[in-house]
Ligand binder design. Structure first.
Ligand code: PHE
Length: 477
């Protein structure tokens, strides 16, 4: 059994969870989603979901890891036994492992783009370039499977190296150096944005709430984003929770993680939009916001190449501190279950995710629109993988909420949470009712895209709901 591994310090889990939470979700996805969905209103829904749904589920997922002290798959197996619940709940662990694998596959490809832009910036190649040149440059990157594969390989190999070195020498030491540096860079970029950009316009855009601006689609995207950004339902938090000190407070830690994660998204948004508005550019570029709009803004600003390069290093660091948390749950499982060495386990996970990532690579060129795969499935492989994770992620969150709220022996949960009765009741109400209701709502988001899956999706929801109810009582023995 390898349940005895614990982080070196009481606060290390917080560091690791923040490292996992803060990533491309905050720096790349959040700003472009907010930009596409009208800013303030999007952020309001996003923040509300983080606090009412994200934090309670974050507490639940961390707790599952810490009580079981094993990888998500083995840990869930253990908990279903000790709490005498149905074995169906083991699927939480499997779902997490599969989602982690899928996310890692495309996450690494996109992080690879940041590697390309770090290079372009620092070599000064984009200084003074115009919109046409920069747009063409991004398209050329997407058109090149070779280049994208190269960056993808470099990024995933670096992540693998860190995890292979173990939770102390690899993950902990890595984060201890990376995270403070990342915060420092973020502040530098913000100050730069305030001096050279238009921070007033950025703040107005981000913090003027008009709920009427927000489409239903925007609501759902905001809620989905709040799950992604907190790394929920993917086994990452559970795997890190398994190493959490018994003395650290679950509730306080989860609140701190959510708070820092949200703050980073806001500061990044403020910095990026200051620079974008300062250059008189549009916010609604979509995924190209970071790779086209931002480089264009930097191209004309004083020291733009240097600050831009440093900014992309920030993106890379944040991405790597997240990707290692996607490797850990699967690697830890392989070590526990098959007695592998850590380097062996990491290699298997990463080589498989790397190969899967090639599907994302070719989605932008060889298998782009108009080619066989696209015609056959109506979408690119990348869109397909993202869609799957968009289903699995809320499903995992939903099941974690139901399991923790209904299936587990509540007296033990209360002991593990270590809060007073009132807070326990608040938490339990949120994971029993508010979380599941909100997540079911997020689910609906995927339905317009997958008409054919409406029935299975609803069916799955009903089955899960019925299970939750039937698991209220402990199984008679
Ligand atoms: N939270 C990470 C981000 O915002 C992404 C992630 C999701 C990491 C799930 C681990 C698990 O970029």
């Amino acid at each position: 059994m390898s349940g005895h591994n614990v982080w070196t310090h009481k606060g290390t889990f917080l560091l690791a969870a923040v490292g996992s939470a803060v990533g491309l979700g905050n720096l790349w996805r959040f700003p472009y989603l907010a930009g596409e969905n009208g800013g303030g209103a999007f952020i309001l829904v996003y923040a509300l979901t983080i606090f009412a749904v994200g934090i309670p589920i974050l507490i639940a997922e961390t707790m599952l890891g810490r009580t079981s002290r094993q990888s998500p798959i083995m840990g869930m197996r253990h908990l279903t036994k000790t709490h005498k619940t149905s074995r169906v709940w083991e699927s939480i662990g499997w779902l997490g492992a599969v989602s982690a694998f899928l996310i890692l596959s495309f996450y690494s490809v996109i992080a690879g783009w940041a590697l390309h832009y770090t290079w372009l910036m620092l070599t000064g190649e984009l200084v003074g370039a115009d919109a046409q040149t920069i747009g063409d440059g991004f398209n050329a990157l997407l058109a090149s499977p070779g280049l994208m594969t190269l960056y993808h390989t470099l990024f995933i190999a670096a992540s693998a190296l860190i995890v292979a070195m173990g939770i102390h020498k690899g993950i902990e030491s890595g984060l201890r150096i990376m995270m403070p540096a990342l915060f420092a860079i973020l502040i530098v970029v913000l100050i730069y944005g305030v001096i050279n950009g238009d921070v007033g316009a950025a703040a107005g855009f981000l913090f003027t709430f008009n709920l009427g601006d927000l489409s239903l689609e925007g609501w759902l995207q905001a809620m989905g984003q709040s799950f992604f950004t907190l790394s929920l339902g993917m086994g990452a938090i559970m795997a890190y929770g398994a190493y959490m000190s018994s003395e650290a407070s679950l509730t306080r830690t989860a609140i701190a993680v959510a708070f820092v994660d949200t703050a980073v998204a806001m500061v990044a948004g403020l910095a990026i939009f200051s620079i974008v508005f300062g250059a008189g550019l549009e916010t609604s570029q979509g995924p190209g916001l970071m790779f086209v709009t931002l480089p264009l803004a930097f191209a004309d600003m004083p020291f733009g190449a240097l600050v831009g390069g440093v900014f992309f290093i920030l993106v890379l660091g944040a991405a790597i501190s997240s990707s290692i948390s996607l490797i850990e749950p699967v690697a830890a499982f392989l070590v526990e279950r098959f007695d592998m060495t850590r380097p062996q386990a990491v290699t298997i996970m990463v080589v498989a995710a790397w190969a899967m990532g090639l599907l994302t690579v070719v989605s932008f060129n060889i298998w782009a629109e108009g080619t066989i795969f696209h015609t056959l499935f109506g979408r690119s492989a990348f869109d397909f993988i993202e869609l799957l994770t968009n289903i699995f992620m809320p499903l995992g969150g939903l099941m974690i909420a139901l399991f923790a709220g209904w299936a587990l022996t509540q007296s033990e949960v209360m002991k593990e949470l270590g809060t007073n009765k009132t807070w326990f009741m608040v938490w339990r109400f949120l994971v029993r009712f508010v979380g599941p209701a909100a997540v079911s709502f997020v689910f609906l988001r995927t339905i317009p895209y997958v008409e054919g899956y409406v029935i299975p999706t609803l069916g799955a929801l009903i089955i899960v709901g019925a299970f939750a109810l039937s698991q209220r009582m402990r199984k008679p023995t």
